[in-house]
Design a protein around this ligand. Structure first.
Ligand SMILES: Cc1cc2nc3c(=O)[nH]c(=O)nc-3n(C[C@H](O)[C@H](O)[C@H](O)COP(=O)(O)O)c2cc1C
Length: 157
């Protein structure tokens, strides 16, 4: 199988996850490359495309949304989606619901085989008012990526 992991990343978190997924696929004997969406031209030749974006404002980045609609949809490869969020796991239920809704929207749009929301990273601790709004606990580490969850998902791709 020839895989493409197409990602967008503002601060490197999603990029590292995309590269880890591609590495795992290669290690098991498939062909895989991780590429930022801004550098992707033709999508032909791939059997499966894994699409990844961080969440900002409870939504994937607009450039990523456009890439999905304009390019990925036109490809006949099967598709999978992952989103990277700081708030999903520990935040208030209303944000969890909003993130689930965004995942469902995009996953249905793409006809994705699977879709997942992974924990991400922030650069510095949220101030108190943001913790209150989002509902994240005070001692939550800045990097909440769960590599076991990423690898478990990648194994099933
Ligand atoms: C401006 C900004 C807005 C964010 N908004 C959200 C959000 O609405 N929900 C959420 O779960 N995480 C949010 N995050 C957290 C990041 O999406 C997340 O931690 C991710 O790891 C960042 O990925 P990247 O390094 O690939 O850009 C936000 C981060 C930034 C910098």
């Amino acid at each position: 199988m020839n895989y493409l992991v197409a990602y967008i990343s503002k601060t490197g978190t999603t990029e590292e996850i995309a590269k880890r997924i591609a590495k795992l696929l290669e290690e098991r004997g498939d062909t895989a490359q991780a590429m930022p969406i801004s550098t992707i031209g033709e999508l032909s030749g791939y059997d499966r495309i894994i699409l990844g974006s961080p969440v900002n404002g409870m939504k994937v980045l607009p450039e990523f949304d456009a890439f999905c609609k304009e390019k990925a949809l036109a490809s006949r490869a099967s598709k999978d989606l992952f989103m990277v969020s700081y708030i999903f796991e520990k935040g208030r239920p209303m944000w969890k619901k909003a993130l689930q809704k965004e995942k469902t929207r995009l996953s249905e749009l793409l006809g994705a085989r699977s879709a997942e929301i992974f924990g991400g990273r922030i650069d510095k601790e949220f101030p108190g008012f943001a913790r209150f709004i989002f509902g994240t606990p005070k001692n939550l580490p800045l990097d909440i990526r769960n590599w076991e969850a990423v690898e478990a998902w990648a194994k099933n791709l």
